[in-house]
Design a binder for this molecule. Structure first.
Ligand code: NIG
Ligand code: FE
Length: 398
């Protein structure tokens, strides 16, 4: 196969696609995935300029033959924690022998992250990013939250911002061990000096609203302070227990309420009434051996659902969106079509983006080629490395 160049003015057609997922219901079969059979995509520079049936494709400078395989938008992983050092193999081992998961394990990673050099942290980050890219992820969000001092949080965000625009300030991951006896003092730091140092490097602000982390009043204070500095809210909500996080997310028009594992009917109604996406993170339930979030209940209520990895060394040490799709289909009541939509267009919605997560004229040329005739194989063939080509901003990178 030839490679596209990503050079403006040069056009490349990817032809002979058995199934193309566009995520534009006005195209193809009219379903939410906008499936086009026997399809082609034309790329110019970093953009998609044409999609449709192969036989109708316009003339181009270059041609790539997809070999009768499936093409879909690059995955949009809207929730990860990739700026960290160390690992927590022993904690995972203990959990698989019956110990429960708590927010407290975060402290182990905080100690390792503080002790790491900038170079070590960035090398780690780069390693996980290339791992994710090989599995089809072309857009990702990532957070601070393992520094918990002014300098360590700002450094995490500065490093993350070198690699993505979707950077989230999570100084409120847990109360810093340095403030164990003064949680109010830590909230004052997170909403004051730490926020001032972090806001220039971030787009989003997040809080872990959970027993053992921050309660609803603290979360509201932190997110409101972030908003006053130009950051937009997103929340770790209702992961380990019922709580106020989801309703707070909707009240503050957060882009996303993440986890959503323990939901009351009122939580589901609130999500259905607003623009807050429910981001489900099945890697966390897998790796903590916890109850699955009920995607079917949310979808049937009309809630927009995103699927992401939550990649972090404690609760979900996977960078694989295909793995999360397979779990969501097998255990959370999603159809393969719904899971693929949630991992692409849903992730884009959770980041309030319209330029990624779809393959339509004007969208960023972020594409995944599967070694399979259809996107359904992502769930049908779990654990198999099906991603055989990735284009990011029009450039073939895998
Ligand atoms: O999303 N819930 C909070 N944060 C992470 C876990 C972080 C950790 O255990 O290190 C999560 O699951
Ligand atoms: Fe998380």
């Amino acid at each position: 196969m030839s490679s596209s160049t990503g050079t403006t003015g040069t056009t490349t057609v990817i032809a002979n696609i058995a199934t193309l997922v566009t995520n534009d219901p006005s195209l193809g079969d009219g379903s939410p995935l906008g499936l086009v059979r026997d399809a082609a995509v034309v790329i110019e520079g970093d953009r998609v300029v044409w999609t449709g049936e192969s036989s109708k494709a316009p003339a181009t400078d270059n041609r790539v033959d997809a070999g009768g395989r499936a093409v879909l938008p690059g995955f949009v992983d809207s929730h990860s924690h990739l700026v960290f050092a160390g690992d927590r193999t022993e904690e995972f081992n203990a959990r698989m022998s019956g110990r429960g998961y708590t927010a407290g394990g975060i402290r182990t990673t905080v100690a390792a992250t503080r002790a790491a050099t900038d170079g070590e942290l960035e090398a780690n980050l780069t390693r996980f990013l290339s791992e994710a890219l090989r599995q089809g992820t072309t857009t990702f969000e990532t957070k601070s939250g393992y520094g918990l001092t002014v300098a360590d949080e700002a450094r995490a965000l500065r490093l993350a911002a070198r690699h993505t625009d979707e950077v989230t300030y999570l100084g409120a991951h847990i109360v810093s061990p340095d403030y164990a006896d003064d949680p109010a003092g830590y909230v004052a730091l997170v909403t004051g000096e730490m926020l001032d140092a972090c806001a220039p490097h971030a787009r989003w602000i997040d809080v872990f609203c959970e027993k053992g982390a921050f309660d609803g009043d603290q979360a509201r204070a932190i997110l409101t302070a972030g908003r006053a500095k130009g950051l937009h809210p997103r929340i770790h909500a209702n992961q380990l227990s019922y709580g106020p996080g989801v309703q707070l997310a909707v009240e503050l028009d957060a882009a996303s309420a993440d986890h959503c594992t323990h939901l009351t009917d009122a939580d589901v109604d609130a999500l259905a009434s607003g623009d807050t996406v429910a981001t489900l993170l099945p890697g966390a339930e897998f790796s903590t051996r916890a109850e699955w979030p009920d995607a079917r209940r949310l979808l049937d209520a009309g809630v927009t659902v995103a699927l992401s990895t939550d990649c972090n060394p404690g609760s979900s040490f996977t960078s694989s969106v295909p793995f999360c799709i397979a779990l969501a289909v097998r255990d959370m009541g999603m159809t393969p079509d719904e899971a693929v939509w949630s991992a692409t267009a849903g992730g884009a919605a959770a980041l309030r983006r319209t330029d990624v997560g779809r393959v339509t004229p004007g969208a960023r040329a972020d594409l995944t080629l599967l070694d399979a005739p259809s996107h359904v194989h992502l769930a049908y063939r779990p654990g198999v490395p099906l991603v055989s080509g990735v284009w990011r901003r029009g450039v073939r990178v895998v």
